[in-house]
Design a binder for this molecule. Structure first.
Ligand code: DHB
Ligand code: FE
Length: 286
């Protein structure tokens, strides 16, 4: 049976891709951020996930404002990246797991999530940067199921809705027969605003509250409405919705294993967290 081994949340600022391409990981500006991944690398080397469900937001590479699904799930054998104009190298394609994708799509629709299913899907920096951070060298040993959440064009789904989306994904994983170790990933955030009068806005207190609540009491965070989330975390800080979905997908006993918080990377409060997920009901060995 598929087993959810844990969750990783990380920012996805595109300039990280340029820093990697230029080998700047040890520069004074970048080191406090990249060194936060030493633990992640050890954790991944030990846990060896087979697949990753990636909750992220597309920034206009695959979906544009003319047609923007609230939730979209990839069901492709591979996902290509393309040049988004950030001046970072185009990544290699990421392998998909169509059988798992269709299983999760079935569960989501059963659970009344009216998702868009994508047999072709480009993935942008919100997928490729986190993978490059987790597995340097582009030797990505996992297949992915990308789940895109609209954090771009209002109205956005609520914090509770995204948390429950993760819950439904967990239910789907728990009924998937192949013996897979599954990692769930949430990308983006934390607080940032890229444009308008509040460009450069960062809110360390709110970021800390979100990180503190995430392990122990994530449902408490559903008290924040989308307008409140914009106010407290910035227009693009709403990418935290991807973190809520990731946390919803951790269905067992969850503990925070690691956290790194560094301000700023580009315009963003850059955070990385790792959660262990111990299944609540241990299944008997076959
Ligand atoms: C930045 C942050 C993002 O989340 C993004 O998608 C693009 C740019 C930034 O801080 O530069
Ligand atoms: Fe973003």
């Amino acid at each position: 049976m598929a087993r959810i081994i844990g969750g990783i949340a990380t920012t996805h600022v595109p300039s990280i891709g340029k820093a990697i391409a230029d080998g700047k990981q040890n520069d004074p500006y970048w080191k406090p951020f990249f060194s936060g991944f030493d633990y992640v690398h050890r954790w991944l080397a030990r846990e060896k996930p087979d697949v990753a469900v990636v909750f992220y937001n597309d920034h206009g590479l695959n979906f544009f404002l003319d047609k923007l699904p609230t939730f979209a799930v990839g069901a492709a054998a591979e996902y290509r990246n393309e040049d988004e104009g950030w001046g970072i190298p185009v990544s290699r394609a990421v392998a998909g797991d169509p059988a798992l994708s269709w299983h999760l799509i079935n569960t989501l629709v059963e659970d009344e999530f009216d998702i868009t299913m994508c047999q072709e899907m480009l993935v942008d920096h919100a997928v490729t940067i986190p993978l490059a951070l987790m597995w340097p060298g582009q030797n990505w040993p996992v297949k992915i199921v990308p789940v895109a959440i609209n954090t771009v064009q209002h109205p956005l789904p609520s914090m509770a809705r995204c948390f429950n989306l993760g819950r439904s994904i967990a239910r789907g994983l728990e009924s998937y027969r192949p013996d897979l170790k599954v990692l769930v990933i949430g990308t983006g955030g934390l607080s940032h605003q890229l444009d308008g009068e509040r460009a450069g806005f960062i809110n360390k207190d709110f970021d800390r509250l979100c990180m503190d609540k995430l392990a122990a009491d994530p449902e408490d965070l559903t008290q924040f409405s989308i307008p409140e989330l914009v106010e407290l975390s910035g227009a693009q800080g709403v990418e935290f919705l991807n973190w809520m979905a990731m946390r919803g997908a951790l269905s067992g006993k969850v503990t925070e294993a690691h956290r790194n918080y560094h301000v700023p990377i580009s315009n963003t409060a850059a955070a990385t967290m790792v959660f262990d997920n111990e299944p609540s009901v241990r299944r008997k060995a076959a």
